[in-house]
Design a binder for this molecule. Structure first.
Ligand code: C5P
Length: 225
């Protein structure tokens, strides 16, 4: 691999397509770092929720102000959002944050704030970044862009199996599929497939298979440069 230049691989796609876990695994295999842009949208939402007021009344300025204290901290293999010096941890994955995050993500000022944090974190490093618009808006020149998709039923089944630690029933999968399809609709405007992205449909792939495929693509691209 060319050790002199820094590299960016982007992985975008709809909700629950396995972007973050795949991106982390790809980064680990390559010895790179992972940046999860969704974690910043979630951290901004979390920070605003800790203040008063119902989400309907949130202004862009108030969300950006609440997020001012949030930054991305580099650790060995990934970046994590912190509030001041304190790690935010799993609080950003709560049901409440998930319910309000799409509203926050539609605010242009919040998008600009996230994009700046992500570009700053990536500067001079080899990174795998995941989100919705990393390959179109944030790193349009990235040499490898992945568009990661899977059938909504399969995304729901995987998410539930992980959450419940058992095999979910068809009724449970159906209810979760409905949630996922609704979140896809809420996020539709900010979820954009780059024209030069490689489509990876994971519906019939295991996670090791999809990771292997993306790692092979990344190695091919890096060697060519
Ligand atoms: O990827 P994750 O589900 O954690 O992202 C949380 C939310 O952040 C998404 O539902 C979406 O509204 C927003 N998001 C975005 N653009 C990104 C990453 C996430 O709008 N690049």
């Amino acid at each position: 691999m060319d050790a002199s230049a820094s590299h960016v691989v982007t992985i975008d796609g709809p909700a629950a397509s396995g972007k973050s876990s795949t991106a982390q695994w790809v980064a680990d295999t390559l010895g790179w770092q992972h940046i999860d842009s969704g974690s910043l949208y979630r951290a901004a939402t979390w920070a605003r929720q800790r203040q008063a007021g119902s989400p309907e009344g949130w202004t862009e300025a108030s969300v950006v102000a609440a997020a001012a204290n949030v930054s991305l901290r580099p650790e060995a293999r990934a970046f994590y959002p912190v509030a001041g010096d304190l790690p935010i941890g799993d609080a950003i994955r709560s049901v409440e944050v998930t319910a309000d995050v799409s509203r926050v993500a539609r605010m242009p000022g919040v998008r600009a704030w996230v994009n700046e944090r992500v570009r700053e974190a990536a500067r001079g490093r080899d990174v795998v970044v995941d989100g919705r618009d990393m390959g179109t808006v944030v790193f349009p020149g990235a040499p490898l862009k992945i568009w990661l998709v899977a059938d909504p039923w399969e995304r729901a089944r995987r998410r539930l199996t992980q959450r419940l630690e058992r095999r979910p029933s068809d009724e449970e999968i159906a209810a979760e599929t409905d949630e996922i399809v609704q979140r896809d609709a809420r996020d539709a405007t900010q979820t954009v497939q780059a024209k030069d992205a490689v489509l990876v449909d994971t519906t019939y792939l295991t996670q090791p298979e999809q990771v292997e495929r993306i790692v092979a693509l990344a190695r091919a691209v890096v060697q060519k440069r």
